[in-house]
Design a protein around this ligand. Structure first.
Ligand code: PMP
Length: 350
């Protein structure tokens, strides 16, 4: 007998690489290439460091209020956390406590099975079809909860809200979480359904469409009862999760609708242009509605292209996993970065 027998052993999630070398074209973790909105700079310039002596507001009221205002909700319908990873992890702990398995797709965000393992939640993966689409009938069986991203990651494939509503309606006994990390790049949110279904939790983030991955802000929106249960668990683990300066910056960022629309539209435009160029080079891809392109080449293997791009200081994401081992996930960067990507790909493929 050793203390090691009582360790909570887990195989951790592996985040995309954050290289130290500044000369790398970094298209591997779906960060936004544009800076946060200008008001964020002002908050940083005017911040009084004496405020750091004090604990932050445990309710993150200024941020919760700003999010509630932006989406036309009550404050009691909004939960904030340190990135949507924190929000989803709290939501797993709060809602997925059944002996029945939770359900998610077989190709999806690779953190879900890690949380399920660490919290000892049974789970079952439902296969996507040949076009990486969800079959709603797979989610009409007994379960302890449901989660999937929309658009899905790493495929970028968007499902329509009618199909998702069908899943939510058929599962009134369990909580259905829609992870909308990438919804702002061309998808329709399920937020419009939260008043109709008390088992729906919609989760979004400031990391992608609001250019603030480094600040760590995520949020969930849902029925007041769901949000209250989440806060009860959060306040039972750590009350002061989000620091003061992050709360202030987040509140400013969500107010600047004009900047948000401009940057999101630029990214969509670059995405569509890059698809055309990739197509001319022999790539095939899903109709991604996110800030990344999920592409495979007609003749060269995904792994080979990934390694060659890396040799040329261009980082994209690759998984040696069933169904997706030929694919690369390429984050949409600045136009000059995408031009360099295309130039290097031309060389690699010649
Ligand atoms: N959900 C999905 C589908 C993601 O791809 C990511 C980004 N890795 C997250 C959630 C978490 O994002 P964040 O914690 O930065 O909000």
């Amino acid at each position: 007998m050793s203390w090691e027998e009582n360790v909570r052993k887990v195989e951790p999630y592996i985040p995309g690489e954050q290289p130290k070398d500044k000369n790398i074209i970094k298209l591997n973790t779906n960060e936004n290439p544009y800076p946060p909105c200008p008001a964020v700079r002002k908050i940083l310039d005017n911040f009084d460091e004496d405020r750091m002596r004090l604990y932050p507001d445990p309710d993150s009221d200024v941020l919760v209020s700003a999010i509630a205002e932006r989406y036309g909700l009550k404050k009691s319908q909004v939960f904030v956390g340190v990135g949507s990873d924190d929000v989803i992890s709290m939501a797993f702990m709060t809602f997925f406590n059944s002996y029945k398995p939770i359900l998610f797709p077989d190709v999806t965000y690779s953190f879900y099975d890690v949380w399920a393992e660490v919290y000892r939640i049974p789970y079952e993966c439902k296969p996507l079809d040949g076009n990486f689409r969800i079959n709603p009938d797979d989610y009409k069986c007994e379960n302890g909860g449901i989660i999937f991203p929309n658009p899905n990651a790493p495929t970028g494939v968007l499902e329509n809200t009618e199909m998702i509503e069908d899943i939510i309606k058929s599962n009134s006994d369990s909580v259905v979480m829609i992870d909308e990390a990438y919804i702002d790049f061309g998808g329709e949110s399920c937020l419009k359904l939260i008043d109709k279904y008390d088992n729906l939790l919609v989760i979004q983030t400031f990391s992608k469409s609001r250019s603030m991955a480094g600040m760590r802000i995520g949020f969930a929106m849902g029925n007041e009862k769901l949000i209250k249960f989440m806060n009860d668990v959060k306040f039972s683990v750590n009350s002061y999760t989000m620091n003061h300066i992050t709360q202030l910056c987040g509140a400013e960022a969500i107010k600047d609708e004009k900047y948000f629309n401009e940057t999101v539209n630029k990214i969509i435009h670059i995405r569509e242009n890059t698809k055309k160029e990739l197509s001319a080079l022999g790539f095939e891809f899903t109709d991604s509605k996110s800030n990344f392109i999920f592409a495979k080449h007609r003749s060269m293997s995904g792994e080979e292209i990934f390694n060659k791009l890396k040799e040329n200081k261009i980082f994209v994401r690759y998984w040696n996993k069933p169904k997706i081992s030929q694919y690369l996930r390429i984050t949409v960067g600045m136009p000059d970065e995408m031009k360099k990507l295309i130039d290097v790909l031309k060389e690699i493929l010649s």
